[in-house]
Design a protein around this ligand. Structure first.
Ligand code: SF4
Length: 562
C-alpha cells in the first residue's frame, strides 16, 4: 500500500485510451467496473474534444460478480464491433477487472471477428499511464506490421539522393503536453530542410496509416515516453534509423536538424546558419508586418538583451516527465542563464538520463511519483522559479514561489486555444515568455530591494501579475518565518498584526532569531530570503548556536560563500 494524495500518472489503461482516442478507426473495449467512464472527461473536458473517446466499457457492478462477467466482455466486443465498425479493436482491462482475470483479450480473439484484435496486458498495479500508452502503441503497430517484417540483418537500399527523404513522426497523443502544436512546428522544421512527412502517429492516424510506416526513410521519436519502444522495434524490423533528439529549446532544435542531416546524409547547413541569427535581421518595417519568423527563434536575442541580465543565476527547480524535464534543464542553464538547484522526474523508465544531468550540476535527481517527496525537495532547495507539472503549480503556490508548467499532468488551461508549441523555433518563443512571465520584473525587483516601506509595492508584490500585496506578504513572510495559518487567523488575518518580533523569532526548529538578526533578515529580498534563512539556521545548528544575531547571519553568509 502507498498513501497517495495526488498521482502524476493515471493507470495504464488511461494510456491505452490516449492511443485509441488519438486515432481514427480504432475502438477500445475496456473491461472495467461501473464508474470508470470518468476517464472520458479527461478528453472531453481537459482536452475539450468534441466527441466521446472510442471506448466501450463493460461497466460491471457488484451484483455481476456472482454471474458471468466473461460473457459481458463478449457482448461488449460484439456490440462495439456492430455499432462502430472499427478497423482494429483494442481489448483490455482496468485495475479491478485485472483481479477477476476474465482474460478479455483472449476472449475477443476467440470470437473470429473479421478485424485485427490487439489484446492488451497492462499490469495496473506496477505500471502507469505513459507505459500503458507506449505498450499499446507498440502492440498496435506490431500486430499490423508483423507480416511485413524484413528478414534479420536486411540493409535498407540506399536512398536516391534526388528524392526527398520521408519521415514518420511517432509519439504525439491525446492528452500529451502541447502535442497538437508541436506537430505543426516539427512539420515546419522538416519542410525547411527538405524532408517530407510520411505518417504522424498515433495522433490523427488510421490503421491504414500505420501500415504505411515502413515506407519512410526514418522515424522521429518525438516523445520517448510514448514512442521509444515502437521506434526501437521499427529499427529492428524495418531497418529504419531513429532520430532521438527532442527539439525543445533552440540548442536542441539545432541538434535535431543536425542529427537528421547526419542520419539522412542531407545538407542542413543553411537551416542551421539561418537559425543562428540573433536579431533575426528584421528590425525594419517588415518586423511589423511579417508574422513570427518561421526560421529562427527570438529566444536567443531576448535572453541576451539587457533586460534579461537579472535572470542570470536565478535558482530554478525542474520536475516533470523525463523528456520535458531534460529539455527544460538545458534551456534553463544554457539558454536563459538560470542556475539549476533541483531536477527530477516521475518517469522511472528514464531515470538514468535525468540522473546524469543532475550529476552534471552537482545535484541528486528526484526520481519519484510521490508529490510530497517532491514538495520536500522544492522546499529544501528554495528556488526562485519552479518549472513543473500541475502538481508543482500547487506546491509552488503554497510556498509562494513563481511557477510555470512544462509537462503533463496538466489542467485545462494548458490546452490553450491559441498556438502554443514547445518544440522548434516558435516553441522556444513560447517558452521564453511563459517562464519569464511569473518572475518579478527586473526594475520592480530592484526597487523593492531598495525601498521596503512602499505602501503599494510591498514585498512579494508583483504588479504585472495583479497580485494584491497583503496577500503576497501573508503567503511569503509568515510561513517562511514559521508563523502558522492559525496565528494569522487569530490575528484577524492581518500580517501587520502578526509579524511581531517575538512571533517571528519563534522558529519551529528551536533556534531563535534575535531582534537585530531578524531585522537584518528582513532586509534581504523576499525571493532569496527563505534560502538564506534555512542556510543560516543550519549553520547555527551545526555550531550549537541557539540564538541567531546579525553577526551569525553574516558569519553564515561568509562561510557558505567560501
Ligand atoms: S478499476 Fe482502477 S481506474 Fe477504475 S475505479 Fe478502480 S482503481 Fe480506479
Amino acid at each position: 500500500m502507498e498513501l497517495t494524495l495526488w498521482t502524476y500518472e493515471g493507470p495504464p489503461h488511461v494510456g491505452a485510451m490516449r492511443i485509441a482516442t488519438s486515432m481514427e478507426g480504432v475502438h477500445y473495449v475496456l473491461h472495467a467496473p461501473q464508474g470508470d467512464t470518468y476517464a472520458d472527461l479527461l478528453f472531453t473536458m481537459i482536452e475539450r474534444r468534441d466527441r466521446r473517446p472510442p471506448v466501450t466499457y463493460t461497466t460491471f457492478q457488484a451484483r455481476d460478480l456472482g454471474g458471468d462477467t466473461a460473457e459481458m466482455v463478449k457482448t461488449s466486443v460484439r456490440d462495439a464491433y456492430e455499432r462502430f465498425k472499427p478497423q482494429v479493436m483494442l481489448v483490455g482491462e482496468s485495475c479491478t477487472a485485472e483481479l477477476i482475470q476474465d482474460q478479455p483479450g483472449s476472449l475477443a480473439k476467440g470470437m473470429s471477428l473479421p478485424i485485427p484484435i490487439v489484446s492488451l496486458e497492462l499490469p495496473a498495479y506496477s505500471k502507469k499511464e505513459n507505459w500503458g500508452a507506449s505498450e499499446t502503441l507498440y502492440h498496435l503497430v506490431r500486430t499490423l506490421l508483423l507480416p511485413f517484417v524484413l528478414p534479420p540483418n536486411t540493409q535498407r537500399p540506399k536512398r536516391d539522393p534526388h528524392v526527398r527523404p520521408k519521415a514518420n513522426i511517432i509519439g504525439p497523443t491525446a492528452l500529451g503536453f502541447r502535442c497538437r502544436d508541436d506537430i505543426r512546428e516539427v512539420v515546419k522544421l522538416l519542410a525547411e530542410i527538405g524532408v517530407d512527412v510520411n505518417v504522424i502517429a498515433p495522433m490523427g492516424a488510421t490503421p491504414d496509416d500505420l501500415m504505411r510506416i515502413p515506407d519512410a526513410d526514418f522515424n522521429i521519436c518525438l516523445y520517448p515516453e510514448i514512442a521509444l519502444t515502437t521506434c526501437t522495434w521499427l529499427t529492428r524490423s524495418f531497418a529504419q534509423p531513429v532520430i532521438k533528439t527532442v527539439p525543445i529549446g533552440v540548442g536542441a532544435t539545432r541538434d535535431f536538424i543536425a542529427e537528421i542531416g547526419r542520419v539522412m546524409d542531407i545538407d542542413v547547413s543553411e537551416a542551421l546558419q539561418r537559425s543562428q541569427s540573433d536579431t533575426l535581421g528584421n528590425w525594419d518595417a517588415s518586423r511589423i508586418s511579417s508574422p513570427a519568423n518561421p526560421q529562427a527563434s527570438r529566444l536567443p536575442w531576448y535572453s541576451r538583451s539587457v533586460d534579461s541580465t537579472y535572470l542570470t543565476g536565478k535558482r530554478v527547480f525542474i520536475f516533470g516527465d523525463a523528456t520535458h524535464a531534460l529539455a527544460a534543464a538545458r534551456i534553463a542553464t544554457e539558454e536563459l542563464g538560470f542556475t539549476l538547484v533541483g531536477i527530477g522526474t516521475y518517469s522511472r523508465e528514464f531515470a538514468r538520463e535525468v540522473r546524469e544531468v543532475a550529476k552534471k550540476h552537482g545535484l541528486e535527481a528526484v526520481i519519484s511519483d510521490d508529490y510530497l517527496a517532491v514538495e520536500a525537495k522544492v522546499t529544501e532547495a528554495a528556488p526562485e522559479l519552479v518549472l513543473g507539472t500541475q502538481m508543482e503549480r500547487h506546491i509552488a503556490k503554497r510556498l509562494g514561489i513563481p511557477c510555470a508548467v512544462i509537462s503533463a499532468p496538466i489542467h485545462v488551461q494548458d490546452v490553450p486555444a491559441r498556438y502554443s508549441p514547445q518544440m522548434g523555433w516558435e516553441g522556444a518563443n513560447v517558452i521564453f515568455d511563459s517562464w519569464v512571465h511569473p518572475l518579478m520584473m527586473g526594475l520592480e525587483e530592484h526597487l523593492i530591494g531598495m525601498f521596503r516601506e512602499d505602501f503599494e509595492f510591498a514585498e512579494g508584490h508583483m504588479s504585472h501579475l495583479h497580485a494584491a500585496p497583503s496577500q503576497e506578504i501573508r503567503r511569503d513572510l509568515p510561513h517562511e518565518m514559521g508563523v502558522s495559518e492559525q496565528a494569522i487567523a487569530s490575528a484577524g488575518g492581518s500580517n501587520q498584526a502578526v509579524l511581531t518580533p517575538i512571533q517571528v523569532a519563534q522558529d519551529l526548529s528551536g533556534i531563535t532569531w534575535s531582534a537585530d538578526g531578524e531585522a537584518e533578515l528582513k532586509k534581504i529580498p523576499f525571493f532569496v530570503r527563505g534560502k538564506i534563512k534555512r542556510n543560516t539556521e543550519k549553520f547555527a545548528s551545526d555550531r550549537g548556536i541557539t540564538s541567531i544575531t546579525v553577526e551569525t547571519l553574516y558569519e553564515a553568509k561568509a562561510a557558505i560563500g567560501k
